[in-house]
Ligand binder design. Structure first.
Ligand code: NAD
Length: 472
């Protein structure tokens, strides 16, 4: 696809008025515990600035996460000349479900958690997106992440829409029994709006294959054996080979593909990674194996730095035993703020959102920022990085390997068939390389950043699907 840009219109502060609903395959019949349905009216019509919306970060010029995503949306929409009436339709989430999740804790207390599932746009296929367990997984954060999924699935051209879910909790302080209870209760509550051809959850921060197994089980108790209702499952329950490493592997395929365009070589390139969970640790492992020097990594407790390059296999053993990367021998301790400002070729934020903001973007010393995490860079920081000549590989391209292999898992489950790891990798490489080449070409042709080009491609594809379905 070739996209020709129009001159961008003025930047806006936030979302426009709400639009009509849009869902893949028709609306789900609400079940008895569907609180969104009981409250009446289609969801997503009066929620954008609701009382639960988080305030902007407070840093000069930085916006809240959902506003930030929409800021990129509006600029890209103006550049492709998207009709004004389509803009509110495309930014407004189709349905937002908020559920109460009571859990009897091990000490006898009854704790009530709040969970969400937000379905943003289903024009291109069933809703798809991860489940996050985190204290800051509020409605504003989940809404931003759901909309990013809409653009991400479109950029890599897999037949899904965008969604996200989460529970506001601190999983690190919870026992396995408490987590299982919470997960299964949450799944039962959202079970009326998810399903293999409706909405397919997956892992995100603080959730993993075990949590997906519990979700599959809770859904199955109501609807029968349905492994394709979630992805990122254990291999033993129908998970795909290569799903656990998929986000890091996809990121590595993109970086590999970029080498000639940006005049660098992975062999000997220096890499800094914030976050050492699923995305960060697999990225470290894969880039190390490709010849990069991973010089610094961090987790929530802090980071470590060795300008000569870390021994990643030894670090993985240390982190496995100690539960943190900290105190890895013969390294210098760095904070999670300092790590973002270390000199390097590739900086890979792979933890939480908004870590590169208007306050520190001027001090980033990477050549290229590769967004393993979702929305790690605020729009203001994005402008600062661009002005300083630092390239950014945006989240909706760089970390799309996870949802791509989730798509493969879903397809394998539907066919009751399993692919070999080599096939998963070959297909993932094909998808990521094609997506990157398309984004790069669009960026060059229109003299825009890779982020803007990614949004332009994503919006164009979703708008086309919306028109073809006759939503408007
Ligand atoms: P994870 O829970 O496996 O790991 C998160 C890591 O970040 C951990 O090392 C944790 O200690 C660290 N961390 C948490 N809070 C931090 C803080 N305040 N400062 C610094 N580090 C902190 O999560 P994950 O699945 O690796 O996801 C990480 C990011 O990547 C998220 O933004 C997620 O949305 C995104 N992502 C994940 C996937 C996936 O397949 N898991 C796919 C695409 C994008």
């Amino acid at each position: 696809m070739t996209i020709q840009a129009k001159a961008p219109g003025p930047r806006r502060e936030g979302p426009g008025p709400a639009g009509a609903s849009h869902e893949a395959g028709g609306g789900a019949p609400p079940g008895p515990s569907d609180s969104s349905a009981r409250d009446g009216g289609p969801q997503g019509t009066a929620v954008l600035a609701g009382p639960e919306s988080r305030k902007p970060s407070g840093r000069p010029g930085d916006t809240s996460p959902f506003q930030a995503v929409n800021e990129f949306f509006y600029e890209a929409a103006d550049r492709i000349g998207l009709h004004d009436e389509l803009k509110p339709l495309l930014i407004t989430p189709y349905r937002e479900m908020r559920v109460e999740v009571p859990v009897r804790m091990d000490d006898g207390r009854l704790e009530v958690f709040i969970g969400y599932r937000i379905q943003h746009n289903g024009a291109r296929g069933p809703y798809k997106g991860g489940i996050r367990f985190h204290p800051s997984a509020d409605v504003e954060e989940i809404r931003a992440l759901a909309s990013l999924m809409t653009w991400k699935t479109a950029v890599v051209d897999i037949p899904f829409g965008g969604a996200k879910g989460g529970i506001q909790c601190e999983p690190k302080t919870m026992s396995a029994r408490e987590l299982q209870q919470m997960t299964q209760r949450y799944t039962r509550h959202i079970s009326y709006i998810i399903g293999p051809s409706r909405d397919i959850p997956a892992p995100d921060m603080n959730t993993n294959a075990q949590i997906m197994a519990w979700m599959m089980d809770a859904y199955g108790q109501r609807f029968g054996y349905t492994p394709e209702v979630v992805t990122g499952k254990p291999i033993e329950l129908g998970g795909s080979y290569g799903r656990e490493s998929a986000t890091g592997q996809g990121l590595a395929f993109v970086v590999e593909e970029m080498q000639s365009d940006y005049g660098f070589r992975l062999e000997g390139a220096t890499v800094v990674i914030q976050g050492f969970g699923n995305v960060g640790s697999w990225t470290a492992r894969i880039l190390h194996a490709m010849g990069c020097h991973v010089v610094a990594v961090s987790d929530v407790r802090g980071g470590i730095y060795d300008p000569r390059g870390l021994d990643i296999p030894a670090l993985l053993r240390h982190a496995g035993e100690a539960g943190t990367v900290r105190d890895f021998p013969q390294t210098e301790a760095v904070t999670n703020e300092e790590i973002l400002e270390l000199p390097c070729d590739l900086l890979v934020p792979s933890a939480i959102g908004e870590v590169i903001h208007s306050g520190n973007a001027g001090r980033v010393r990477a050549r290229i920022v590769v967004e393993g995490a979702n929305h790690p860079t605020t729009p203001n920081a994005d402008h600062i990085l661009r002005d300083r000549g630092i390239h950014v590989i945006p989240d909706i391209l760089a970390n799309a390997g996870g949802v791509t292999v989730s798509y493969f898992e879903w397809a394998q489950n539907i066919q009751r068939h399993r692919w070999e790891l080599e096939k998963v990798h070959a297909e993932l490489r094909k998808v990521m390389s094609a997506a990157y080449r398309n984004v790069y070409r669009t960026a060059r042709e229109n003299d825009v950043s890779l982020r803007m080009a990614s949004f332009m491609i994503g919006i164009e594809r979703v708008a086309t699907a919306v028109r073809l379905r006759g939503f408007v």
